[in-house]
Write a protein that binds this ligand. Structure first.
Ligand code: SF4
Length: 273
């Protein structure tokens, strides 16, 4: 877990899974891949295996050790619903989120079909938890927009869209049941451009539907110079957060220990190889 994150819409990141594979055009310049591959082969580094997907059970219980409530981006360096992550492991990650409920979790995926199927079955115990926000990436019409319907077909209490990198005009989005929309342009070398009218269109749809809107950045090769103002102002809106008391330290430690023991089992360790 990283205690602090430079991502504008979160406080911290938690990565009980590392690595991923590309699935749609939004992945083209995946920052997680670029970061992870830099350390491939570096002995002892968390990304010694580059961007190869692997479970990290020793990280599972980390939110239980965080005493200060935080907004936590779950798997900033992976996709929890990747097809190679076993159902049991996704359930374990979700159980930690339910137990450590003084934090707010942001779970973002491009594998929306699996998110929908699990939230409607094995993960239904967590769907209604207002401190867990379930989101899908929406970068274009062909791959991104259909993910919205998958998300809407769940009982998630809080559903959000990460419209980043916004690659084209998305048209008239259906925002029924959506609690939050983030928009951002791609940044870094080779960044694909984002037109202002595409952003304005999403913002106006959010305004019309009374959905909180967060404008992350214009992006580009030097994102610091393009900034994050739209029509002369910033948009930093969030859904309402629920506040739960922090569990007593001894309860947290004993829960963390039991989770860690359970997920150091041979079958999951085998998945790491
Ligand atoms: S799904 Fe996310 S983490 Fe995985 S390759 Fe695509 S952008 Fe990267």
């Amino acid at each position: 877990m990283s205690a602090n994150s430079s991502i504008e819409w979160t406080d911290a990141t938690w990565n009980p899974v590392r690595g991923c594979t590309k699935i749609s055009p939004g992945c083209k310049h995946c920052y997680a891949e670029t970061f992870a591959e830099r350390f491939r082969g570096v002995k002892g580094h968390p990304y010694e295996q580059g961007f190869d997907l692997r479970l990290v059970p020793e990280k599972l219980a980390e939110p239980l050790r965080w005493r200060t409530p935080k907004m936590i981006f779950v798997n900033s360096m992976s996709d929890l619903f990747h097809e190679e992550v076993p159902d049991d492991y996704i359930v374990a990650v979700t159980r930690v989120m339910v137990a450590a409920n003084w934090h707010t979790y942001q779970v973002l995926t491009k594998r929306s079909r699996r998110l929908r199927n699990l939230l409607n079955s094995t993960l239904s115990f967590a769907a209604a938890q207002p401190h867990i926000w379930w989101g899908v990436s929406v970068e274009d019409r062909k791959h991104g927009v259909p993910r919205i319907e998958d998300l809407q077909n769940t009982d998630a209490a809080v559903r959000f869209l990460s419209v980043e990198p916004l690659l084209e005009d998305l048209g008239k989005l259906n925002l029924n049941g959506i609690s939050w929309v983030i928009v951002g342009g791609e940044s870094g070398p080779g960044a694909r451009p984002m037109k202002k009218e595409w952003v304005v269109s999403v913002r106006n749809l959010c305004r019309h539907a009374s959905v909180p809107f967060f404008f992350k950045q214009w992006g580009g090769v030097r994102k610091a110079t393009s900034g994050r103002k739209l029509d002369g102002r910033t948009y930093d809106e969030f859904p309402r957060r629920v506040r739960h008391p922090v569990l007593a330290t001894n309860e947290c430690l004993s829960l963390a220990a039991s989770i860690e023991v359970a997920f150091r089992r041979v079958d999951l360790v085998e998945c790491l190889v």
